[in-house]
Design a binder for this molecule. Structure first.
Ligand code: RIB
Ligand code: CA
Length: 340
């Protein structure tokens, strides 16, 4: 009698423990929209995010013109989705050009197809119907209060348009994490400006002014998280298709940065945003006041990051300034290892 009762109690305790753990895990799962201009490092970021369903509920991918034109960034987002085996995630195409400035692209870095080092094809699954901006407005207006995270991996045009048309969508936003900007590192498209900000500084100003919780992952940190032969070998040694793809893409993508900066490796800018969402303990930074320059001239697209609080202005972003490079590549490799 007693034996049966104790088995019953132990079984019950085990069930309670399992349900508690899964409840905690579910509680930590983050609803995420990825806004992106794939782009080599964008594709690596998408693979990393789509390989992490326990932590990230990728609700949708929204595309924008940036590294290459919108038709190709949208095709490449669909390719990443296909390579990750996650074709249930909708891809919405968004803005074909920046708000004000003349469009610029980065084919010299990402190649004509926006994806260096690997052959591209027309993915089986198409785009979701409707525009990305309308998707953002609809989704964020109806979302639970402050429940949706937005990872912005390209020019911030889509979110800026959505905020302009429907300012109330901030109600649904938990936080926005931006790959962009530069302070200590200097720029990569001009001596002071980083590409995503330079490509649409007016959009970035609108997002900044909206008052949403904002984290910037700038060149200051992405240029400290560099590939190396050993790290690329670590990825290639996975022996799966995802590892082969990322190894081939990065081998080609980092060449220009290594040459330009005289670095021993190259940054994987956008994937650092996803790593921040997955393992923030790999990074450090501080709350600072940020301003963005959209005046014509040498400062166009510059992020004025007041790291030491010189102007005594209210902090408005969390500025990530350092990161654990090996920790990043260990995370990236482990997650890519989950894919085909
Ligand atoms: O400056 C680097 C950023 O610009 C990355 O997001 C890269 O993909 C390009 O969009
Ligand atoms: Ca990008």
């Amino acid at each position: 009698m007693l034996k049966g009762l104790s088995r019953y109690l132990i079984g019950g305790a085990l069930l309670l423990a399992i349900s508690t753990v899964s409840a905690v895990q579910a509680a930590q799962k983050r609803d995420l929209i990825i806004d992106t201009d794939p782009g080599a490092d964008d594709v690596v970021a998408l693979l990393l995010a789509l390989a992490s369903p326990e932590e990230l509920n990728v609700m949708a991918i929204t595309t924008v013109a940036g590294n290459v034109r919108l038709d190709k960034t949208s095709r490449n987002a669909r390719l990443a989705r296909e390579w990750a085996g996650r074709e249930e995630v909708p891809v919405y195409a968004g803005a074909p050009r920046p708000l004000v400035r003349t469009p610029i692209y980065a084919e010299n870095v990402h190649g004509q197809e926006g994806l260096p080092g690997v052959p591209v094809h027309e993915p089986a699954k198409g785009l979701a119907s409707g525009n990305a901006v309308d998707y953002l407005i609809r989704t964020l207006s109806q979302a639970k209060p402050h429940s949706v995270t937005i990872a912005m991996l390209g020019p911030q045009t889509n979110l800026a348009l959505a905020l302009t048309q429907a300012p109330e969508i901030t109600q649904g936003i938990k936080e926005v994490v931006v790959m962009g900007g530069a302070h200590f590192n200097g720029g990569n498209i001009t001596p002071v400006a980083e590409f995503n900000l330079y490509a649409d500084p007016h959009a970035a100003q609108i997002v900044l002014a909206s008052g949403v919780k904002l984290t910037y992952v700038p060149l200051d940190v992405t240029h400290k998280i560099l590939t190396s032969e050993a790290r690329l070998k670590q990825i290639a040694a996975l022996g799966n298709h995802a590892g082969q793809l990322v190894g081939d893409i990065l081998n080609e993508y980092v060449k220009l940065d290594m040459e330009h900066y005289g670095l021993p490796g190259g940054p994987v800018h956008d994937a650092s945003v996803i790593a921040w969402l997955l393992k923030p303990e790999l990074f450090s930074g501080r709350e600072i006041n940020l301003a963005i320059d959209s005046r014509e001239g040498l400062g166009f697209g510059q992020t004025v990051a007041d790291w030491y609080g010189t102007l005594k202005q209210k902090p408005n972003v969390f500025w990530v300034e350092n990161g654990d490079a090996q920790g990043f590549f260990d995370l990236l490799t482990a997650r890519l290892g989950r894919l085909k």
